[in-house]
Design a binder for this molecule. Structure first.
Ligand code: NIG
Ligand code: FE
Length: 427
């Protein structure tokens, strides 16, 4: 056998392979068009996808490890483009307040919510935060996520914001999952700046230079919301960030429709996130822009909302949409993007094809990694998931469990589903 035909990993008998390799971001009606390779095979060499063909053609190939994917779906590793990965503590006691109907913004106003996590994050050491972040990354990896965006925003002082960003940077080095960082110092107004939010924004903006020179974040984000930052404050802050060479993101129109979607488009943000209550004007502008709408139905669910983001309308108008967990300790506590895919089907009325674009190629573009992640293509980094499901429609359908069988990150198997030994039918 010639050396050229030898691979590190060969996956054969793939029932359905989704390459998701049409460039992108994929907009509007194109999100519903999926290339599905049947009876496919895939070979990995030197951490990259080296060969794609049929199982029949693969018979001439040899590999150090061969994985039989009979009956299974294979896709690119999932990309989660919006998480609040690094934080201290947890907020399970807020559940009772939620049940009593206390609104999210009211809990924040009373010093709870984000501000409770700020206290816990300030109190936690760098090592504690790193260990906790990696624990959550492990769980994301188990669920098929191979690239993730991580925001700061639970420090709200210079020291703790930098601590969070440095933890995310170190997690990217130490953990196989790729972590892309966003500075969200403008996440809430800390108590000591309660009467002067502009001064607080100045304080956070004074970190831009350092963040840039130390390579601590690629994006700057702000929470544009009632009782947090106004559209005007957000515009000024983000313009400054842009002048420093950052790309922009916004927590926009999550709870009240303030016009954050429009602002994201106006500033040429790479993504506008949440958009749960975006207006028709906002949707129209989004559809005619290069800004990607990152939609977080898990948050609408977790905040007990009756209505969900108008993602259906956004796609129908021609927008590019991505989906994310919004993983954080308050408004959506899950690392499971598969669950979000089910919500996108049931609550946003997206088709399975649209959902796959939204968690792979479009999600990668929403964090500036469209050329590196979210696609299976020759010479690309091999981020590949083998799913215990028969077809691409199945994951949004069978919800609340983990369907990942094998997760390959950068050409290495980082997760394999445990065998269950309690039944003679175990696979
Ligand atoms: O995306 N909206 C603001 N920030 C987060 C929630 C953070 C928290 O509650 O801790 C979000 O929903
Ligand atoms: Fe968020």
């Amino acid at each position: 056998m010639s050396g050229l035909e030898h691979y590190d990993i060969l996956i054969t008998n793939i029932r359905e392979l989704l390459p998701m390799d049409q460039g992108g971001p994929v907009k509007g009606a194109a999100m519903n068009k999926l290339t599905i390779l049947q009876d496919a095979a895939l070979a990995i060499r030197d951490r990259r996808v080296a060969w794609i063909g049929t199982t029949k053609e693969a018979k001439t190939l040899s590999a150090a490890t061969t994985i039989d994917a009979t009956g299974k779906l294979v896709t690119p590793g999932l990309v989660d483009p919006h998480t609040h990965l690094v934080f201290g503590g947890s907020r399970e006691e807020e559940m009772a307040l939620k049940q009593q109907g206390v609104p999210y913004l009211e809990i924040l106003k009373q010093g709870g919510g984000i501000l409770a996590t700020v206290e816990a994050t300030r109190a936690a050491s760098y090592e504690e935060l790193l260990q906790k972040a990696c624990f959550h990354l492990d769980r994301m990896a188990m669920h098929g996520i191979t690239t993730v965006e991580a925001k700061s925003g639970y420090g709200l002082d210079k020291e703790t914001e930098l601590k969070q960003l440095r933890v995310a940077k170190q997690a990217n080095i130490e953990h196989p999952i790729d972590v892309v960082s966003t500075f969200l110092g403008a996440h809430a107004i800390p108590t000591n700046f309660k009467d002067d939010p502009d001064a607080f924004l100045q304080e956070m903006a004074s970190l831009f230079n350092l963040i840039r020179t130390e390579g601590l974040a690629e994006f700057i984000d702000i929470f544009t919301e009632t009782g947090v930052f106004t559209v005007d404050q957000s515009r000024r802050y983000l313009q400054l960030a842009k002048d420093h060479g950052f790309q922009l993101k916004l927590h926009a129109d999550e709870i009240d429709p303030l016009g954050g979607t429009e602002l994201a488009v106006e500033l040429g943000a790479i993504s506008g996130d949440h958009l749960a209550v975006a207006t028709d004007l906002g949707i129209e502008k989004l559809a005619n822009s290069d800004t990607i709408g990152v939609i977080l139905p898990g948050t609408s669910f977790y905040l007990g909302k009756d209505s969900f983001a108008p993602a259906r309308k956004m796609i129908d108008k021609g927008a590019a949409i991505a989906l994310s967990t919004d993983f954080n300790p308050g408004s959506c506590v899950t690392e499971n993007l598969q669950l979000i895919m089910a919500m996108a089907s049931l609550k946003l009325k997206l088709t399975p094809a649209e959902i796959w674009h939204a968690v792979t190629i479009n999600a990668a573009h929403a964090i500036g990694k469209g050329k590196e992640a979210g696609t299976i293509a020759i010479d690309r980094k091999a981020d590949v998931v083998i799913w215990d499901v028969p077809n691409y429609m199945y994951i949004p359908y069978h919800y609340g469990v983990n369907h990942a069988n094998t997760v390959i990150k950068n050409g290495e198997v980082i997760f394999e589903r445990q065998e269950i030994r309690c039944s003679k039918y175990a696979t």
